[in-house]
Design a protein around this ligand. Structure first.
Ligand code: F6P
Length: 341
């Protein structure tokens, strides 16, 4: 088969390891041929391709980003749509597509598959918010980067006896915040799943400061104070109509200072969490998912996504993968919250 491969949505460390795993095993074991589609669905809609063989994937699993490029292009907008995708696939001689992406990408992949296009999905997101897979690659790297940044914030916070607020990504779930916050020994972790009052946050900060600690507060970008209606978003919507989050750290920092009298600084880690070298865990997971995606294509498992369940790689229908957001369960929050203050 001739397989088109694309990476779409926000990048995640490990994308290149998926591409390498799929191309190496696809060529050597299954005899498939690959073509790269540039910048996600845009490459498919505009027939913008690049060669994708052994030579192109040499040594790339340790590289961040994606050699294919990515974008948040919606394949149903502009000149896109099912007919256009079918025409381009015929023109390029592409039999099937491996789409590597998160929730928005997989939702588009499902719509295309429902219309008869042969697609297998690979889940990707640093947010770790897809319910059908235990972990997504990129998450472990994001947590590692955030933890290292918080370790640094703690030393400068200690030096000045300040409260440090670290804002992390995660969209509407608190996984990055929960894991990096626990790893860094945060005195409060604020996540979208748990609305919290400023009084409670100030109490945790004051209690840590009373023991002579410089308080560290980790806040997920999707966190909502109990006095707010929606998560803080001042940058409009993305191509899939979702609010672009960010900035809540800068909002709560002055409120903490006002209530506790402790000088407070906010740092938004932002895209640093998605950049650079993937961890070994993410490289291994991504490579295994790439290999499994090629097997799924070989078996004609259209409309399915590869996923990690415990230690095994399985396939699940797109519908199941998109059904529920994987939020932080109450028990995981309660366990972490015993360490706050
Ligand atoms: O979904 C991954 C993610 O990094 C979110 O955590 C964040 O809200 C969003 O993407 C940022 O998107 P962009 O890269 O378009 O600014």
């Amino acid at each position: 088969m001739r397989i088109g491969m694309l990476t779409s949505g926000g990048d995640a460390p490990g994308l290149n390891a998926v591409i390498r795993g799929a191309v190496l095993i696809g060529q050597t074991v299954h005899g498939h041929e690959f073509v790269g589609l540039r910048d996600g669905w845009r490459g498919l809609v505009e027939a913008d391709t690049m060669p994708l063989g052994r030579n192109e994937v040499k040594g790339i699993s340790k590289q961040g980003g994606t050699i294919l490029g990515t974008s948040r292009t919606n394949p149903f907008e502009g000149r896109g749509g099912v007919d256009r995708v079918n025409d381009v696939m015929t023109e390029l001689g592409i039999d099937a597509i491996i789409a590597i992406g998160g929730e928005g990408t997989l939702a588009a992949a499902k719509r295309l598959t429902d219309a008869g296009i042969r697609i297998v999905g690979v889940p990707k997101t640093v947010d770790n918010d897809l319910d059908a897979t235990d972990y997504t690659f990129g998450f472990d790297t994001a947590v590692q980067i955030a933890t290292e940044a918080m370790d640094r914030l703690r030393t400068t916070g200690d030096a000045h006896s300040r409260c440090m607020v670290a804002e992390v990504m995660g969209r509407h779930v608190g996984w990055i915040a929960l894991h990096s916050g626990m790893a860094a020994g945060a005195h409060a972790v604020l996540i979208p799943e748990q609305r919290t009052s400023m009084e409670q946050i100030a109490a945790w900060v004051s209690s840590a400061a009373a023991r002579g600690r410089a308080p560290l507060v980790v806040v997920a970008e999707g966190f909502t104070l109990d006095s707010m209606d929606d998560p803080h978003s001042e940058r409009g919507l993305d191509a899939f109509g979702r609010p672009r989050l960010g900035g809540i750290g800068e909002i709560i920092a002055p409120l903490i200072e006002e209530r506790t009298g402790i000088e407070t600084r906010a740092t938004t880690l932002g895209h640093i969490q998605r950049g650079g070298t993937p961890t070994a865990f993410d490289r291994v997971l991504a490579t295994r998912l790439g290999i499994a995606a090629v097997s799924a294509v070989t078996n004609g498992d259209w409309g399915r996504m590869v996923a990690l369940r415990s230690t095994e790689i399985v396939t699940v229908p797109f519908a199941e993968a998109l059904g529920t957001l994987k939020t932080v369960p109450q028990s995981r929050y309660d366990e972490a919250a015993m360490l706050f203050g």
